[in-house]
Design a protein around this ligand. Sequence first.
Ligand code: AP5
Ligand code: ZN
Ligand code: ZN
Length: 211
Amino acid sequence: MSGGPPGSGKGTQSPIIKDEYCLCHLATGDMLRAAVAAKTPLGVKAKEAMDKGELVSDDLVIGIIDEAIKKPSCQKGFILDGFPRTVAQAEKLDEMLEKRGAKLDKVLNFKIDDAILEERITGRWIHPSSGRSYHSKFAPPKVPGVDDVTGEPLIQRKDDTAAVLKSRLEAFHQQTEPVIEYYTKGGLVVNLHAEKPPKEVTAEVQKSLSS
Ligand code: AP5
Ligand code: ZN
Ligand code: ZN
């Protein structure tokens, strides 16, 4: 699984790992945004917390992951992006994996200073249906505002403002950092230098997965 604060690069690196190892990319943020856009009952429940930069309830996200890891396409393995984000979610994940005779191989911790994140977050553009991320300065699309692969329009996330980022960081430090401690005890954590350029971070990820 990959963990780290908002803008640390989880969504940028996860699709690369996914393609290289033929895994499923399960990003709770992407799945929740799809539910909000489709106005499903789940989306309606999740929207308010997401708009404020607060975490959605454990029960909702655990339900999404429990459904997703049952899918035939995920049986070869999966990369979890942005889940678990609380110790309660981590404990529940252990139970779900144990039931299936599976276990986590690695926990990739995208370590980065908070001060770098505002520029990354406010310059981000995403392709909603695939979850692909771009950045106006650091990773620009070939044509501004247009997805390289599909030619479809890019959008900015509603929670990608400096003000909402403050709440997201607060949630990260208070509720998600303890999850790293939880996995450190199990010896699964690999710390990455997430402030480096994207290609260097990719190289660190590849190295940590091949060892
Ligand atoms: P989620 O979608 O998971 O958002 P997040 O954790 O805030 O993370 P981001 O997607 O903002 O960051 P990222 O690390 O993926 O960055 P990216 O690679 O795109 O969650 C959203 C919300 O959903 C939460 O606030 C919560 O409400 C809810 N939620 C989700 N999961 C939940 C859970 N388990 N429990 C409860 N609630 C949950 O990169 C950012 C930008 O920087 C991009 O523009 C990119 O191009 C650029 N960039 C990336 N890497 C580099 C680099 N190395 N150098 C320069 N620029 C870079
Ligand atoms: Zn992301
Ligand atoms: Zn902290």
